[in-house]
Ligand binder design. Structure first.
Ligand SMILES: NC(=O)c1ccc[n+]([C@@H]2O[C@H](COP(=O)([O-])OP(=O)(O)OC[C@H]3O[C@@H](n4cnc5c(N)ncnc54)[C@H](O)[C@@H]3O)[C@@H](O)[C@H]2O)c1
Length: 434
């Protein structure tokens, strides 16, 4: 791979940072990838992958030359620009946890050098770059933003696992602390995306990113609410959405599901709400309401399952429940905030059912803060006997790798939260959409 002589570093090599590192390298830049997790660095250096939708052969091919992989921030002293893609979760009391950004700024500060561009990509509330990142970088480095170094905010729009939304094909919002920062950032990102969209200020880009996610969260909540009504009316929400979707303007289809998951939709709107409340004395009712509806969806799926079993004269307590799909989204391995975990807990811990799961992307459940009791539990094999043994099969995530014909022919009762059975003709199983 040719090298352009340009250099960039990426801090945080997760769902956002690793694709960015690969894209910059593929565009001919020399790259330095830094992650606090030595296991990620070890795997990348060995040419292996830890994200199931990014194949190891791409990592071997792309990162074998002009690439430094390290846990040490000092390696970034040599690069022209540094992109930060560290997590921005919520605390236990649903307030922003900016500790990852703060720690990164403090660790990077001593290695900052004059003329460098630092670009934050983590999703966060408006004001973070100016009020949290910049002061720490300045304090630790002794350098001044605008004079000695440049700062940008450019939110990531990666859609993990969805090949048609590759980051190198999606326009990218770019904002800067000042005009020089903006121009340098536009120049940097132009190397990897077809269109850069300048924003007039850091807070504009920060807010735009959250608006994108809030828009999805609210519309999913809306369609989840309509679904709960159409279930009572004995109408099929999926058919209704398809029908409405034939309107060529003024309607965009969103689909119901068992609840929100991942590191974006269940979290980001609360960042904005927190900022609205604490700084502007403003309550975002849409955020609250969407949060309430989406959070209640796993319990709704449990109720639908209970009713379906009762109709068959069976009980949830002591029944065998097989969950298909544990990651929060199709064709990836990310289980953060996944409704699959919530459902597993509700069925097992609350209802006393016997729960197993199958997920081709999640062979074993990692430790999670909310559900430590499931750490180490393994995906059962996907086969006829396991499907037939379950009193009910719950489709939580519609992975492409799952053979839905087999599910339809072997399972007795299916609760389908994703309309995954739509293509299956004449299934033997009774199917409840939930
Ligand atoms: N996952 C998505 O689909 C997505 C999409 C758009 C935006 N985002 C946003 O991007 C940001 C990152 O999300 P993600 O999904 O990539 O998270 P992730 O957990 O997959 O990756 C973050 C990485 O940062 C590393 N890290 C944490 N602290 C560090 C430090 N001090 N120094 C170096 N490395 C450190 C972690 O080890 C991890 O590998 C978040 O703000 C998220 O909201 C995520």
């Amino acid at each position: 791979m040719e090298s352009s002589g340009r250099t960039v570093g990426v801090i945080g090599l997760g769902y956002v940072g690793l694709p960015l590192l690969l894209a910059f390298r593929e565009a001919g830049l020399s790259v330095t990838g830094v992650d606090i997790d030595p296991e990620k660095i070890r795997l990348l250096e060995a040419g292996e992958t830890y994200l199931s939708h990014i194949p190891a052969d791409r990592i071997r091919r792309v990162l074998s030359t002009d690439c430094i992989l390290t846990t040490q921030m000092e390696a970034l002293n040599q690069v022209e620009a540094v992109v930060i893609a560290v997590p921005t979760p919520l605390t236990d009391v649903m307030t922003p946890d900016l500790s990852f950004i703060e720690d990164t700024a403090v660790a990077l500060g001593p290695h900052l050098r004059e003329g460098q561009l630092i670009s934050l990509e983590s999703t966060t509330y408006p004001g973070t770059t100016r009020e949290v990142l910049i002061p720490r970088l300045e304090a630790v480095s002794g350098l001044r933003v605008g004079t000695d170094f440049l700062v940008a905010f450019s939110p990531e729009r990666v859609d993990p696992g969805q090949a048609d939304h590759d980051i190198t094909e999606v326009p990218k919002l770019v904002s800067g602390y000042d005009e020089q920062s903006l121009q340098r950032a536009l120049d940097l990102y132009s190397t990897i995306v077809p269109e850069v969209v300048p924003c007039s200020g850091l807070e504009v880009a920060e807010t735009a990113k959250i608006l994108e996610n809030l828009y999805r969260a609210v519309n999913i909540a809306l369609v989840n609410e309509v679904k709960m009504l159409t279930d009572r009316m004995d109408l099929d929400i999926w058919e209704i959405i398809d029908a409405a979707g034939t309107k060529p303007f003024g309607f965009q289809a969103f689909y119901p599901g068992p609840g929100l998951g991942g590191h974006c939709l269940p979290i980001d709107p609360f960042y904005l709400n927190w900022r609205a409340k604490t700084k502007y004395d403003f309550e975002m009712r849409f955020v609250e309401l969407a949060g309430q509806i989406n959070t209640a969806m796993p319990a709704y799926v449990v109720e639908r399952t209970r009713q379906a079993l009762q109709d068959d004269g069976a009980e949830l307590k002591g029944g065998e429940v097989l969950i298909l799909g544990m990651s929060y989204k199709k064709d990836i391995s990310d289980i953060r905030e996944s409704p699959g975990l919530e459902l597993m807990s509700l069925f097992e811990d609350k209802e006393g059912a016997v729960v197993s799961y199958h997920d081709p992307h999640v062979p074993r459940l990692p430790h999670t803060r909310k559900f430590p009791q499931f750490a180490g539990r393994e995906s059962v094999s996907f086969d006829g006997p396991n499907l037939a043994a379950a009193d009910v099969v719950i489709i939580v995530t519609d992975h492409t790798l799952i053979d839905y014909e087999l599910v339809g022919s072997q399972a007795a009762l299916i609760v389908d939260t994703r309309n995954a059975m739509k293509e299956v003709t004449a299934p033997a199983a009774r199917i409840i959409k939930a």
